[in-house]
Write a protein that binds this ligand. Structure first.
Ligand code: SF4
Length: 259
């Protein structure tokens, strides 16, 4: 019998069923009878990625920019709790089986001033526990990434997570030559590191794509508190009965109320 993953989204009322196509037809039919007809999601995040905000040409000259493919609100799979996730463009790492080949080209997506981007990511009409930055490879735009992280902090964002196809150790080596990478690592709250390894996809834990990837909290080396493989043993705790998944007890408190 295939494993069945069900997530209850108390905010939107959605019942999210992971990979329903793997279920026997009779089980799927029984679920539909119980829960109503389903609609496709991207894991536990909306399928539709919102386009980057449109910008006038002159705006780009006024401050730091980042090239992004889009963003989503209400993602429940890209970090602790409810996330707004933004997708940076450009990646040269070439993981086999990558889910976002459309973001590989360095010219993909739209160049957006980070202040505009931070404003739409922190749209007050949407609830969130933090912002997740994905790619592409965000650290291949280190200055834009740093500027966005700072713009989010200035606006009160309490939890920022970055994904990277580089390992934490590789990022530390790159940071010796790129100050912006060092500054990002010092500023963010959580890093999920390492390339996507297709052969280890079945070992992926919450928030990760493959079992080699690690969830690293308090990324600056002096404060680093956890570096765990993303395997299935990651202790998710349902922290408030509202369907918010928060990793490791103390973190649940830290994340609550973050923007
Ligand atoms: S690092 Fe991410 S975006 Fe780049 S190839 Fe690997 S999975 Fe794809």
């Amino acid at each position: 019998m295939p494993e069945l993953n069900v997530t209850l989204d108390a905010l939107t009322g959605a019942v999210l069923v992971g990979e329903p196509d793997r279920l026997p037809p009779v089980a799927l039919s029984n679920l539909s009878a119980l829960l109503g007809p389903g609609a496709e999601m991207g894991c536990a995040r909306p399928l539709a990625v919102l386009p980057p905000p449109s910008v006038a040409e002159g705006e780009r000259a006024q401050g730091a920019c980042a090239r992004v493919g889009g963003y989503v609100h209400n993602s429940l799979v890209e970090g602790p709790g409810r996330r707004t996730s933004v997708f940076f463009s450009g990646c040269t790492l070439g993981c086999s089986g990558c889910w976002v080949p459309d973001l590989h080209a360095s010219g993909a997506g739209t160049l957006v001033p980070v202040d505009r981007l931070a404003d739409v990511l922190l749209d007050p009409d949407y609830e969130r526990d933090g912002i997740s930055v994905l790619g592409g490879e965000p650290f291949q735009q280190p200055e834009g990434l740093l500027a966005l992280v700072r713009a989010l902090r200035v606006r009160g964002c309490g939890h920022i997570l970055c994904y990277s196809g580089y390992t934490h150790e590789a990022l530390r080596r790159l940071a010796d030559r790129r100050n912006a990478i060092a500054a990002v690592l010092a500023e963010i709250d959580m890093l999920i590191d390492g390339p996507f390894v297709e052969a280890l996809a079945h070992l992926a834990g919450p928030w990760t794509g493959s079992g080699n990837q690690r969830v690293i909290g308090a990324v600056s080396s002096a404060e680093r508190t956890m570096a765990l493989p993303g395997a299935s043993a990651w202790p998710i705790q349902w922290d408030d009965g509202l369907g918010r998944a928060c990793g490791l007890g103390a973190f649940g408190e830290a994340a609550r109320g973050a923007r």
